[in-house]
Write a protein that binds this ligand. Structure first.
Ligand code: AMP
Ligand code: MG
Length: 384
C-alpha cells in the first residue's frame, strides 16, 4: 500500500470547528482523505460518508471485511433525519437522553450515503459522539462522517493516539491527538429496526439505562449474550423471537481485539472472585495448580489483575505469584477503570517477553457485560 506522511496534531483544552488544526483536518477529510480522531469511547477513523472513494479507503487501510458496515457520526441530534427514515418516536427519546454519548442506533437508512458505509444493508448505524474534538471535526465538514475504530481489523481498538499510529502510521492523512479516550470500550449498539429493541453490542449505555428510559419490556440483549450468568433478562416471546427476526450486527461474527500474546480468560463456572456464593478457596487452589503447571513448562505468564484481587492472590499463590508478570487493569469494583485500561494493557503484551496472558472474569452486568464481551472475543481460550 502507498505510504504517506501521517500528520499528528496535538490538541489541548477547548476546541471549536474554527480551530486551525480542526480546519486543516476537516479540509483533508473533504478532499477524500482519512483522519483519525478521538471520541469519548475509542479513536475513530473518519471518512466523508457520502464519498464512496473515501469510504473504500477505510476498508483498505483497516483490512476490514466489506460486509461489516460502518457507524455514521453526526454532530447534532436533528441531523439524524438526514440519514435515516421511519425513525420511531422512542429513538428521539433515547437521543434526547443519551446523545451526545456512547450510544449507536440502528435505524432504517436513507440512500444518501455511499452504499459501502452500510455494506448494502437497508439499515444505518448512527451516533452523535460527545468528544469535543469529534464534534468540532464533524461540524467543520458539515457532513456525516463514517468512522469505525482506528485500528487494523482484528486488533484491540485504540484508546490513545500511539495505538492508532502503531496500526496505521503512513496509511492515513492525519490524526487529531487529544490524549487517552474516556470510556475505553466502543459504543453500545442498539438495533431499533426490530422489537423489542435489541442490544447488539454492550457498552457504557447499559441495558438498565435503556430500559430505564423506555420501559423494561421494550429493550433486551441479543440472544448471543445468553451465556451471561448474572444477567437477569426479561421474559421473551419465543414465538416471535426467531433468529430470522433478529438480525445480528455483521461485525459480531469476526474475531476482534486479539492481543499479540494468547489470552486465557478464566471464569470458573461463571463465578468470579467477588461472587460471595462461590468457594473462593477452591477457586484459588485451581488457579495456583494451573499456574504451577505452566511455570513448570517454562511458560512466561502475564497476569492481568484487578487491583483488589492482588493481596488475596499474593497470599494464596505464594512463590508462584512471584513468577507472574502482573499488570494492573484497575479495580473490579470500578469497571469503568478496567474499561479505560483494557485495550492499552492488551496492546502492551509483548510475545518477546511473555507466552501467555491470563485474566479472570468480571461480573457480567452493567459495564462489566461490555468488558466481558470484548474479553471473550479477545481470548483464544475461555475456561468456564
Ligand atoms: P466499529 O465501528 O468497528 O466499532 O463497529 C461498528 C459495529 O456496528 C459493528 O459491529 C457493525 O457490524 C455494527 N453495525 C454498523 N452498521 C450496522 C447496521 N446497519 N446494522 C447492524 N449492525 C451494524
Ligand atoms: Mg472496531
Amino acid at each position: 500500500m502507498k505510504q504517506m506522511k501521517t500528520k499528528r496534531w496535538q490538541l489541548h483544552g477547548l476546541v471549536s470547528p474554527d480551530h486551525p488544526f480542526i480546519r486543516e483536518a476537516g479540509a483533508l477529510l473533504l478532499q477524500g482523505e482519512l483522519i483519525a480522531f478521538p471520541t469519548e469511547t475509542v479513536y475513530g477513523l473518519g471518512a466523508i460518508a457520502d464519498s464512496g472513494e473515501a469510504v473504500q479507503k477505510i476498508f483498505n487501510v483497516k483490512g476490514r471485511p466489506a460486509d461489516n458496515p460502518l457507524i455514521v457520526h453526526l454532530a447534532e441530534i436533528e441531523t439524524v433525519a438526514t440519514v435515516a427514515e421511519d425513525i420511531p418516536e422512542e429513538a428521539w427519546v433515547l437521543l434526547e437522553t443519551f446523545a451526545p454519548g456512547p450510544l449507536t442506533l440502528i435505524l432504517k437508512g436513507k440512500s444518501v450515503l455511499s452504499p459501502l458505509v452500510t455494506a448494502g444493508l437497508p439499515s444505518v448505524a448512527v451516533r452523535i459522539p460527545a468528544h469535543p474534538v469529534a464534534r468540532s471535526l464533524i461540524a467543520s465538514v458539515k457532513k456525516p462522517v463514517a468512522a469505525p475504530s482506528a485500528n487494523r481489523s482484528g486488533r484491540p481498538s485504540p484508546t490513545r493516539a500511539e495505538h492508532v499510529l502503531q496500526d496505521l502510521d503512513g496509511r492515513i492523512a492525519g490524526i487529531l491527538d487529544a490524549g487517552p479516550t474516556g470510556y475505553g470500550v466502543e459504543s453500545t449498539v442498539l438495533d431499533m429496526t426490530v422489537f423489542p429493541y435489541t442490544i447488539l453490542r454492550p457498552g457504557a449505555v447499559t441495558l438498565s439505562d435503556l430500559q430505564g428510559a423506555l420501559g423494561e419490556g421494550r429493550v433486551r440483549l441479543h440472544r448471543s449474550f445468553d451465556f451471561a450468568p448474572t444477567v437477569q433478562e426479561p421474559e421473551r416471546d419465543e414465538a416471535k423471537d426467531t433468529e430470522d427476526t433478529v438480525p445480528r450486527a455483521p461485525g459480531m461474527k469476526y474475531r476482534h481485539y486479539a492481543p499479540d500474546v494468547p489470552l486465557t480468560l478464566w471464569l470458573f463456572n461463571g463465578k468470579t472472585l467477588d461472587s460471595g456464593s462461590y468457594d473462593v478457596r477452591t477457586y484459588l487452589m485451581r488457579l495456583k495448580a494451573a499456574f504451577q503447571t505452566m511455570v513448570a513448562e517454562g511458560v512466561r505468564i502475564s497476569f492481568l489483575a484487578y487491583e483488589e484481587d492482588l493481596p488475596i492472590l499474593k497470599a494464596a499463590l505464594g512463590d508462584t505469584f512471584k513468577t507472574l508478570h502482573v499488570l494492573n487493569v484497575g479495580r473490579r469494583s470500578h469497571p469503568e477503570e478496567v474499561a479505560r485500561s483494557l485495550y492499552d494493557v492488551l496492546r502492551s503484551l509483548d510475545p518477546e517477553v511473555t507466552d501467555r496472558a491470563v485474566m479472570l472474569g468480571l461480573r457480567e452486568e452493567g459495564l462489566g457485560l461490555a468488558i466481558m464481551n470484548r474479553l471473550r472475543k479477545a481470548a483464544s481460550e475461555v475456561i468456564a
